[in-house]
Design a protein around this ligand. Structure first.
Ligand code: G3D
Ligand code: MG
Length: 198
């Protein structure tokens, strides 16, 4: 009887864990975004320190509420590391692609990089959230201009959820809204990409 009750208790109390890949060019603000997430969801109480370029990967498991855990993978954006992104595609439930809104010169590179991500069959149906980061900077591009570039790519992903949202990973502005957008889509896509129960 004890085992039965314990078993039922464990089943009811299991949490859903979803994996989210944080992608984008180097210097886009991926690691800053991850550090700010930890702070927003009370995993870190320290102020942001100087962030070093990501060499391997940064992983953070964040319980966002009583039911869901999000596991974030920040896997480095230097050109040499981008070929490794596909290793993570089959395990991810959602993708967050971060764009540096102040880097006009690399917007094209950003667009071709995202294009190659969305064309990969392994991520078919996975929700994609593009974050126009560094919105606190005076020299930022307008979100509308960034949206235009990404809308062209979105034509290839018409059957799935995608969105461009403005954020500042540094100040935290928009970060929680971004996560809330993603959680709704992860739930919606649950049948085709089931979470891991923990
Ligand atoms: P990456 O992990 O994508 O390579 P990082 O990017 O998180 O290492 O950030 C690269 C630089 O951009 C860092 O500056 C970081 O402080 C800055 N940055 C990240 N997000 C924002 C933001 O929202 N606003 C502003 N103004 N800067 C941001 P440094 O100077 O430390 O290299
Ligand atoms: Mg980094």
């Amino acid at each position: 009887m004890f085992h039965l009750v314990k078993g039922l208790y464990n089943t009811w109390n299991k949490k859903e864990q979803y994996s989210i890949l944080i992608l984008g060019l180097d210097n886009a603000g991926k690691t800053t975004f991850l550090e700010t997430l930890k702070k927003e969801y009370s995993l870190a109480f320290k102020a942001l320190e100087k962030i070093q370029p990501t060499v391997g990967q940064n992983v953070a498991t964040i319980p966002v509420d009583n039911k869901q855990i999000l596991k974030f993978w920040d896997v480095g954006g230097q050109e040499s590391l981008r070929s490794m992104w596909c290793e993570y595609y089959s395990l991810c439930h959602g993708i967050i692609f971060i764009v540096d809104s102040s880097d006009r010169e690399r917007l094209d590179e950003c667009s071709t990089t995202l294009q190659s991500v969305v064309m990969d069959e392994e991520i078919e149906g996975v929700p994609i959230l593009m974050l126009a980061n560094k919105q606190d900077r005076q020299d930022r591009m307008e979100v509308q201009d960034i949206k235009e570039v990404f809308n062209k790519i979105a034509e290839h992903i018409s059957a799935r959820d995608s969105r461009v949202l403005p954020i500042s990973a540094l100040t935290g502005e928009g970060v929680k809204d971004a996560i809330e957008w993603m959680i709704i889509r992860l739930e919606r896509n649950k049948k085709s990409r089931p979470p891991i129960y923990k």
